[in-house]
Design a protein around this ligand. Structure first.
Ligand SMILES: Nc1ncnc2c1ncn2[C@@H]1O[C@H](COP(=O)(O)OP(=O)(O)OP(=O)(O)O)[C@@H](O)[C@H]1O
Ligand SMILES: [Mg+2]
Length: 358
């Protein structure tokens, strides 16, 4: 392995806020980022060295993009893996595509996690209305019917609390391919792990944030998490280590967990930097974004310890961002806006971070 020197160029597939924050972190240590995305522009456009508009399924365009950079990574996981594989002959690609492929499909993801020793919610595959009835009989209610692919921010999900809900859930999701019915896990707290692994195989964890979702969208991440979560972090980390090693992972990834009475229940993983790690920009010695960049360019990982006794991150969703002047005027608040022009309901417009206990 050779470490890419400052001045090298990192190609990023995807141009949203994660690409924006990765580009900023790369620029800070002297690297340039090129973005490949289908849109004309996006949150990363303001801060990258070059924006290449192209289709995620266009292998020739992806290969040409890779020829122009020294290493490629991705910030968006809902891309077909095969066109991405065409990059391999043109530039190194991290994290591994296997991780992307597994993380794209809730059934493959739960099966893989269980093989690594994870506890998951009881689940059943659903391909027809009759399957749904059988699944409800098998795992019981309350349960959640989800699309197996392309879900995010709680989209592509329908809750089945009482039997009559099955028809509504089926009508809403039956066009979306294979579905999964998951038993609702009773939990008092949700948390995530942010994990970094470098090209030498060293692994680092940040403190586990406790996450609160509203309407299926992450609302807040808080460190330190509730003591009930902290008790479960060692078991969750041991699982994350097994997953990282099995995938020969390079870069940052996140795993979402429910802290249940029986211990940590694996919910899902994301093979990329994650919203529940945005607090690390000000709240940790090295941010998730810098450590992801460090891993893909072949540098050792930076320290992941807390930079303050506590950290709170709150997402600015839709109209929340209208209060930007208020947040910007508070000397204890770090304001992040992603440069999105239209504040649609449910859209992540930015976030704020507060260090606490200083
Ligand atoms: N089986 C379950 N039991 C209990 N709560 C659940 C379950 N599945 C999902 N939820 C709740 O819904 C939220 C969103 O679900 P999930 O993480 O599967 O969706 P997503 O659309 O992939 O979300 P995101 O992309 O924002 O992480 C979870 O964080 C949790 O609060
Ligand atoms: Mg989730």
């Amino acid at each position: 392995m050779t470490t890419l020197p400052p001045g090298s160029t990192i190609g990023i597939i995807g141009g949203g806020q994660l690409g924006r924050m990765l580009s900023i972190a790369a620029a800070q240590i002297g690297y340039r980022c090129h973005i490949f995305a289908p849109e004309e522009s996006g949150p990363a456009a303001d801060v990258c060295a070059k924006w290449v508009q192209g289709d995620y399924s266009d292998s020739a365009a992806l290969a040409a993009f890779a020829d122009d950079v020294d290493v490629v990574t991705f910030e968006f996981e809902n891309v077909e893996p095969d066109p991405l594989r065409s990059i391999a002959a043109h530039a190194p690609l991290y994290p591994p595509i296997d991780a992307l492929e597994i993380g794209q499909d809730r059934i493959r993801e739960k099966t893989f996690a269980a093989d690594c020793g994870a506890r998951t919610a009881d689940w059943a595959e659903v391909n027809s209305r009759a399957d749904l009835d059988a699944a409800i009989t098998k795992i019981g209610t309350p349960a959640i019917l989800k699309t197996t692919r392309f879900g995010y921010d709680g989209k592509g999900q329908a809750r089945i609390i009482k039997l009559g809900d099955a028809d509504i859930a089926w009508d809403a999701l039956s066009d979306a391919g294979t579905l999964i019915l998951e038993k609702m896990v009773p939990f008092a707290h949700e948390f995530s792990l942010l994990i970094a692994r470098d090209q030498q195989g060293s692994i680092a964890f940040w403190d586990a944030p406790e996450n609160v979702h509203k309407d299926g969208i992450l609302a807040t991440s808080t460190v330190p998490a509730h003591p009930k979560v902290l008790e479960q972090v060692p078991a969750a980390r041991a699982l994350a280590r097994r997953i990282a090693e099995k995938l020969n992972y390079v870069g940052v990834f996140a795993i979402e967990f429910f802290a249940s009475d029986e211990g940590p229940v694996f919910n899902e993983m994301a093979p990329r930097v994650h919203n529940s790690g945005h607090w690390t920009i000000e709240g940790a010695v090295t941010s998730q974004f810098e450590n992801h960049i460090r891993a893909v360019i072949g540098l050792p990982l930076g320290g992941t310890k807390l930079a303050a006794p506590g950290v709170e991150m709150r997402n600015l969703i839709g109209a929340d961002a209208d209060k930007w002047l208020e947040w910007a005027s508070d000397p204890l608040t770090h304001l992040h806006l992603y440069g999105k022009h239209e504040a649609r309901a449910g859209r992540k417009m930015g976030h704020i971070t507060r260090l606490t206990g200083l």
